[in-house]
Design a protein around this ligand. Structure first.
Ligand code: GAR
Length: 200
């Protein structure tokens, strides 16, 4: 029986991609990563993919903006590049680009996104820093992270799985961030298992 086929989209360090690579290699996530896509050439996640012998695709937005074709043309072009891989699931793991309908409609119900905040809280970039600042102001006693189905809105859509990350006395941004990332690394694997309905 062939394993479910994943594509992972990244823009940066790729530590969540690494969690998926490790889980698939260890067999605790019965799936196969067919391709890693980055919209940033220097993203370290591309190195992680190459080290794991996973094919990579660098897909910059800039040429589409400079030519006037725009974001919908980029989304349609990238969707056309990914379609031949016949993905069962596309995982946005630190992917810093909001896909519109031209991409999402082509893979309906097959795109999930990881975000380091709870549903409705701190969409967009720097969610961890925003939550930490809110805790320092006494406005929060916990944050968390979630994986949700992607919709054309930023960090919103039906939730697959979420986890609370409480603040603790003497937290610094570094200690809080480390707990957040550790939680994300567990959550992203769990989310893929749930969506694909697979178990180790
Ligand atoms: C993760 O914390 C992820 O939740 C966040 O980017 C980081 C990527 O880390 N995503 C967002 O903020 C989406 N709005 P990684 O490259 O080490 O996996």
């Amino acid at each position: 029986m062939s394993l479910p086929r994943l594509i992972v989209c990244i823009s940066g360090s790729g530590s969540n991609l690494q969690a998926l690579l490790d889980a698939t290699a260890a067999g605790v996530l019965p799936a196969q990563i067919m391709l890693v896509v980055s919209n940033r050439k220097a993203a370290y996640g591309l190195v992680r993919a190459q080290q794991a012998s996973v094919p990579t695709l660098y897909a910059p937005l800039k040429p589409f903006l400079e030519s006037g074709a725009g974001r919908p043309a980029y989304d349609a072009h990238l969707a056309a590049q990914l379609a031949p891989y016949a993905p069962d699931l596309i995982v946005l793991a630190g992917w810093m680009h909001i896909f519109g309908a031209a991409f999402l409609d082509r893979f309906a119900g097959k795109v999930i996104n990881l975000h380091p905040a709870l549903p409705g809280a701190f969409p967009g970039t720097h969610a961890i820093e925003h939550a930490f600042a809110a805790w320092q102001r006494g406005e929060l006693d916990h944050s968390g992270c979630m994986v949700h189905y992607a919709i054309p809105e930023v960090d919103a859509g039906p939730v697959v799985v979420q986890a609370l990350v409480p603040f603790v006395a003497d937290d610094t941004l570094d200690t809080f961030e480390a707990r957040m990332h550790a939680t994300e690394h567990r959550l992203i694997v769990e989310a893929v298992r749930r969506v694909l309905a697979v178990q180790p």
